[in-house]
Design a protein. Sequence first.
Length: 363
Amino acid sequence: MSDNGPSVPNIPRRKIPVSWIWFLATVLLCVVFAFASVPGAIAQARDGLSPSTGQADGAQKNRRYTIIIQQVFDFIQRHYVEEVDSKVIFEGAMTGIFNALGDPYSSFLPESEMRDLNDTTQGTFGGVGLYIHKQTVEPFLVEVASPIEDTPGWRAGINPGDLIIEINGETTDKLSQDEVLSRLRGRPGVVVNLVIRRGEKLEFPVSITRALIEVPTAKHAMIGDIGYLKLLTFTPMTASRAAEAISEFKERNYKGVILDLRNNYGGLLSSAVDISSLFLEGGVVVSTKSRIPAENHVFMAQRETAVASNIPVVVLINKGSASASEIVAGALKDRNRAYLVGEKSYGKGSVQQVYPWIPPALR
């Protein structure tokens, strides 16, 4: 006998084939997966979803997808390899949601585009009065396309083709066009200091005080005894500017009116109704119909007209005439108040609404 105790007989061990090991592991994994799936199945049943068919009514389905969107948002924030700005995720998701509608007239507008839209539709904004664009080649400076007549930028002598190389001491080559606009626009009465480059070598500073800039909306002239009125867009200022032009036509004993709506991309529905009221003596201008009865509306012209019914009217349109300009052209034609001359218009037969979704405190 050994000092370490009784000897143990040498019993040969049976080897388990590798294939059996893989089989057992697979079975174990399936069991674990089955138990992990139970809470999801219970949650589906609780939400009115059948685990086998996935059927649900509209409200329950909407709730489920809303939760999934929130969970994906949170998952990216926690697990993506790099830290992601939540605003970037939000704007990308919103853009995708509206793109999924397949409607070219429904879209999500980021803050910069919303600001530009407000400037256009409201008719006025605080700024220096320059149309600009960002160069696409180095040194990526900002070029002045044109100054708006009788604005601070125009009075300062800034010309088309001038380059803005600095704004308040900050070089523009590192700024996006939206960032440049945010520095040029803002509260009226504030001084904006620019450095302008003209030609290859001439550089000089310019200090411009912001003012309230009116979006150009109407132009007019007399062609013989015919009043010519061109509307560029439909803003809150359009009807009053058109009425001023018609008053001038009357003073000069006009015999007819040419209303030029070529390349007018539209604007405010209320402005289109007001313009129609200058030519129509009451009656329907346009009506809207929706799947939601509360959104059905009929828009009427005012009883008093600016252009007498015995004054002939011709409306010029082309393929660039869209939206509000089509409403005006269609109303005057359908009411036998004007002749249409030109080509087939754009064909946008919908009225859009702008809904600001984000509370001001979160902007």
